[in-house]
Structure formats: structure tokens, C-alpha cells
Design a protein around this ligand. Sequence first.
Ligand code: EPS
Length: 355
Amino acid sequence: MTLRLATAGESHGPALVAILTGLPAGLVLERKAIDADLRRRQAGYGRSPRQQIETDEVDVLAGLRHGRTLGTPLALVVWNRDHKNWTWGMSPWPPEGEPEGKGTKPVTLPRPGHADLAGVLKYGLSDVRDALERASARHTAVHVAAGSVAKALLGTIGVSVKGSTVEEENLRARIDEARKERDTVGGVIEVRVHGVPPGLGSYAAKEDRLDARLAAAVMGIQAVKGVEIGEGFALADKFGSEAHDEIRTDRRRDTNHAGGIEAGVSNGEEIVVRAAMKPLPTLMKPLASVDLESGKAGEALVERSDVAAVEALAVVAEAAVAWELACAARDKFGGDAVGDFAAAWRAYLERIGWH
Ligand code: EPS
């Protein structure tokens, strides 16, 4: 059984939507748990005033009855409350009446580091807004809702996933300084996963490798420029005798340099994924750019944005890792009913003698 996720939505459009297919029937979902993850994503030091406008909550349009999945496509919606300020500018149909509100004038000054320039060139656009709206990290909200569903599924097989920022000295002071200087900052986050048995993923083909799948999922999050599993880049400086995790008679390890994955397959230890986020590209002190209309030098677009979103990234990466692991678990344990899925997992643990 293959778990799949499709999403749609622009930052200031009416809503963000997700369709999840391949979930088993009978999975219990709690609205409060999904909404709590959505609120965690919105919090964090250095976020934009946008977060005072949005109070993200999930609505379910299909696939759920009385809090249990039906085994049919699950359709989730997170509404953009800010859309009310953009009804003309982001109208899906040609807008009627005089231009009013936000987004009425074309954006022609691309921001270095955002999707703006590549987007207009690639898609043949003249208004940068047509590119930036979908590229915006606002979109991560609906991924967090999907990740919350994935965590519920993983919970039925004893797997828990947790993202956090990696303590960096004076992160908050750096954010304060950046705000004062009208600048932005990035940071590092990590996701730790408990309870994954050996055997998720496969070395049989590169696209099946669990580390490759997790890296792609986390690298797919806006502003992420680096991902490592376990000790990642630091392993390159070690001798083999220092880098590998020796195997005890009970087949567990005393160390975890590998971050819980060897040869693209989980080894039963804690899975550790880290990601580096670049400083966000919307600067209140704009960088040099070109006006795409006149061809003359100019300064990049300045609009409301976050100074930092590192704490949000921890929640978004947690969701991405949870989703990928749920996919790998569905691949391995299958089942149309959630009980079948959990029974296959129990039988597998029995076979490999893993408790
Ligand atoms: C973002 C720009 C800002 C952020 C946004 C991501 O949007 P706005 O201009 O509306 O303030 O606030 O993030 C969110 C809205 C969110 O919910 O995370 C960008 O360009 O990526």
C-alpha cells in the first residue's frame, strides 16, 4: 500500500489543501492534536506579523467519519485568514471592480534567494507574485497537518517523531540583532525518531533508501540548504574504527554515529536528521536586484516577512520526517485496516526477535 500526498495553495490565496491517499481505514485522528501541531509551527521567535492574522486550524472535507479514517482519500484544508486582505489581488478569477487591498500592483524586483527570478523566467511570468505565492513557506502549514496524520499512524506501531532547534549560541540575541539591522538569520534543527524497528527502507534501489528519502523530504522544505543523517559531514574526518557503531550480542549498539540508518535501511537505533536553514531572503534592508520591467538596477522587493523561522522549521521537518517514515512503514506493513497494519508490524517484530 503506497501512501501519497498532493498539496495545493498559495500564500495569500483562499486556502492550502492536501489530499492524502493510501491511509488504512480505522485510524483515529484527533483534531486537537493536528491543530496543536499547526499552532507549534506558527510560534517561534522572529516570526512575521502574519502570524497574528493566521490562527491555523484544520478542516476535513473527505475521508474521515466520526474521527476515524475511511481508507479513502483524506482531504485537508487550512484556510488563509489573510486572504480577506487580498481578495482582489489573489482572486482566482479575473477580479471585478476597482483594485483594492494587497497584491494589486505587479512585483518586478526579484529577491535574491527567493523563487522570484527563477520562477518568472521558468514559467514565462511578468509579475513576480505569480512565482512567490506558491514558493512561500506558508505552504508548510498543510504539510504539518499531513505530518500530524502520519504521526498518528506511526503511533499505532510505537514510533514517535520530535523536532527541535539545535542550541546555537544566542539564537534569540542574533534574531534581535538581525531585526534591528533589518536583516535575517537562519539556523540548525534536528529531528529525532524513536521506535523504528530495523528494516524500514531498502538498499535494493537508490530511491528506496530511507536516508535518501528523508534527505529529499527535508531538503524539500523552503530555505533548507543542508541535511545530514547522524554525524553526517563530521564522519568524513573520522577513521572507520571511530565512525561505525559496533554490534552487541543483542544486536543493539552503544553508539549511534550512523543516526539509525545503515545502507539506506533503519537499524533499530534512534533516527537523527539535521537540517541547516539559510537566512530568509526577504530583507527589510534590500539587496541589489534588477527591475524586470525597465531592465535597470534596483533594490529587491521588501514586504512583510519573518526575521527567522528556525523554530517553525523544527516542526515542519518533524512533519516531513514523519510523513516519509509513514510512507516507508506503509510500504513494509501494508494493510487496508489499521489493525492489519499493526498486526503485520507485530508479526515482523516477532520474526526478527526485536522487542
Ligand atoms: C514567507 C513570507 C511571509 C511569511 C510566510 C513565508 O509571508 P507574509 O508576507 O504573508 O508575511 O509570513 O510564512 C507564513 C505565512 C507562514 O504561515 O509560515 C515566504 O516568502 O516564504
